[in-house]
Design a protein around this ligand. Sequence first.
Ligand code: COA
Length: 341
Amino acid sequence: MSHDLTIVELDVDDPAAVDAAYLIGNEAIAADLPDLPPVCRYEHDVRVRVPMPGADRHTFLAYRGAEPVGMVHVDLPVYDNLTKAILDVLVLKRHRRQGVGRALYRHAVDFGLARGRTSAMGFSVFTDRDGAPIGSSAPFAAAVGQENKLVDVRRRLDLSTADDAELDRLLAGSWPKAAGYSVVQWGNLPPEELIEDLAELDSSFLDETPNGDLDYEAEKVDADRLRRASQVRAQYGARRYETGIVHDATGRLVAWTAIRVAKTIDWHAWQLITLVHPGHRGHRLGMIAKVVNLRTLRAQEPAVRMIDTFNAEVNTHMIAINEAMGFRAVDRWANWQASVA
Ligand SMILES: CC(C)(COP(=O)(O)OP(=O)(O)OC[C@H]1O[C@@H](n2cnc3c(N)ncnc32)[C@H](O)[C@@H]1OP(=O)(O)O)[C@@H](O)C(=O)NCCC(=O)NCCS
């Protein structure tokens, strides 16, 4: 057991502690996910001081003597999901299997419980695309009583082998089904005239995507919340490429997709949310938004070689679009959850 372990909240004014949090986070990525880039250092340094407004974030470091050996982020959603705590436990490789992970988990659960958080959640890679185990999150989760409630699959588009002619064909084949719709694009800050519609689409995200057995409410996003989130995100230095589709007859925004590139990592991008309003499905708006957005990204970010995205394993419609665009499965991620009351 780790009787000499101390767990303290990250002091953002202590450069050694901010460094340690950066290094511990990256070691876990390098060990289990060597094809992913490290965390952007610029973003890390801003984020420890300016967290996203939707969650109250607390980071705790575990020290053995003076040496930092592990870390847990605890996110407490503040607008909705008020009984949830979202945890990310990370332990340096050479200090694993010595009880550090368990101690950090317990600390985070107790911290959440003291704030009314009776459900603890997490998200981590657990197998490759064929089901062979990756990392130690599955046995660790089992040891602390967490259950896998929903499987997400990470898919990757390798732009060095992307089939541009096929993307052209997909777009040409889609537009005839989308008469009466127009494309609109923006970057880090959404246009004011679309923000109400965007908030409405964003709020519907969790109701409209498969949630498996995960107990998590749809987030209540309003224009103000979206504005604040965009402003904070912009401070992280990442560049966002967003494409929306407007229904010409009503002027309403009915589809939306987003890609982000971190400030200091030029070769990698994340394909984020894609949503089509339920009343406007069947017009290939998801495909059009994604292909058009990808084109913009490629024009603006010629160094990007790899794009990763997550979908619930059962989200057949979105997966069909991604596969048609050339995204291929890489690994499987678990959405862990346990009642800790
Ligand atoms: C998962 C992780 C946090 C575990 O940290 P740790 O300090 O090694 O965990 P502990 O020593 O407290 O292990 C607690 C129990 O989990 C189980 N466990 C942890 N790692 C295991 C492994 N590689 N194989 C089998 N069981 C394992 C064991 O039951 C262990 O108890 P035991 O050692 O008495 O048998 C660490 O491996 C890590 O940082 N992984 C990368 C990030 C990650 O996956 N985080 C979890 C998702 S939120």
